[in-house]
Design a protein around this ligand. Sequence first.
Ligand code: DC
Length: 239
Amino acid sequence: MSAASHRGADGDRGAREPGVITFDGPAASGKSSVAQRVALALGIPFVSSGLLYRAATHLVARSGTDAGDQDAVLDLLGVHVVDLRPDITGNDVLVDGRSVTSQLHTDHVDAVVSTVAGHPDVRAWVSEQLRRVPPPFAIDGRDMGSVVFPEARHKFYLTASAQERARRRVGERAADLAAVAAAIARRDEGDARQLAPAADAVHVDTDGLDLDEVVERVLASIRASDAGSAPSDARAVRS
Ligand code: DC
């Protein structure tokens, strides 16, 4: 991590300082797109926590390490320097000084990353890296509000029906809907342990909303919360 210091999950508590804004939710709930757009609107960096799991998986693949062997994965993370560089426009991940970002969304990484992300000590390593990023930033993941940044001032948990999420994934290819919906359901099951929302997260049901509408509701909720009032939108309610 390029950041040298951590100022606490809430950042400096200046007026309207956004601190850390967390976006969690199941696969294809839109959290990454929403987090990026909200970050852009607020002029703060966006952080993709999944990239660190993907970087660890890339190292595993590159070295021929058994992804199921937690100690071997941790040894790799101890030997190599993984540096996540957040930015408003995107994230870059360096391993030993070289960018590997373009290699983190391969089919192989996709297939193995959940095994790597399932190791508790790997999760602790990722959490430690993320807590070194200086706020403010908007971050997406599965357990950002519940585990990594429990003190974050603004937490969102995005949901959508399995059908809606499958529709978003396949776009116009209606014939693939059933298969994609089944794959998403399987991922939900695999991610279940990480997926419990923070008790104080604002739930946003994105069914029937486009990206602009979700972003606007999130920004309205942040403004309302900063102004000391409850969010007015019926879909955004504290759990
Ligand atoms: O968000 P993504 O698709 O880049 O995440 C990659 C993988 O990492 C995915 O299998 C879920 C896992 N992950 C996780 O377990 N916890 C996070 N906070 C972020 C990602």
